[in-house]
Design a protein around this ligand. Structure first.
Ligand SMILES: [Zn+2]
Length: 196
């Protein structure tokens, strides 16, 4: 299923049916384990307009769940708990249609931060030291991330960066390999033509 077509389709009932199907797919993915979340990124067509924001928003909810399990102090919990409220933000379209309450609305500050990392990823993904380049960029530009707990702010920030970039790098290399395989099979076909 293509997320982009969901948002371009004006038929509301058809759209909500598709979103429901997608949501069920995502439910299944997350139950199987975190690596499956990467498949949300698989189709590069998602990297267009608001569809990408919707995916990032969804991934934010996923990261929030991971972090909420790890950081349980009162101030941290305040930040992560804000994520259960429904959102009027258009990028929340996917997440707004709830399934038994597991879909989380990420904190706005978290969403903006991950969106920023995604932009940096697109900027640096062709370099082998992409992780280092992104971290350097964030520190050199003194990128601010609002977080309710001053004690765990740095830890949470570095976890977010690590989770997100790891996820994106894995997806990116899968995509690159697939493109490479397509290319080499084309070459094989061509060489067969030449040899015969
Ligand atoms: Zn804390």
């Amino acid at each position: 299923m293509d997320i982009k077509t969901i948002y371009e389709n004006n038929d509301a009932s058809e759209r909500s049916k598709k979103i429901k199907e997608l949501k069920e797919l995502l439910d299944t993915c997350i139950e199987k384990g975190n690596i499956e979340v990467d498949s949300v990124f698989d189709d590069h067509n998602y990297y267009k307009a608001s569809a990408v924001d919707c995916v990032i928003y969804y991934v934010c909810g996923y990261i929030t769940r991971k972090l909420a399990k790890r950081y349980k102090c009162e101030e941290c919990t305040t930040f992560f708990n804000s994520s259960t409220e429904a959102s009027a933000n258009p990028v929340a379209a996917l997440t707004n249609i709830k399934s038994k309450g597991w879909l989380l609305h990420p904190n706005h500050s978290l969403f903006e931060f991950i969106r920023y990392i995604e932009d940096l990823f697109n900027q640096y993904c062709k370099y082998s030291d992409v992780f280092e380049l992104i971290v350097n960029h964030i520190t050199e530009n003194n990128k601010q991330f609002w977080f309710s707990c001053s004690l765990h702010k740095t830890d949470v920030m570095s976890d977010i960066i690590t989770y997100y970039i790891t996820m994106r790098m894995r997806q990116y290399s899968v995509f690159q390999n697939r493109e490479q395989n397509k290319l080499s099979s084309k070459k094989k076909k061509l060489s067969k033509l030449v040899n015969t």
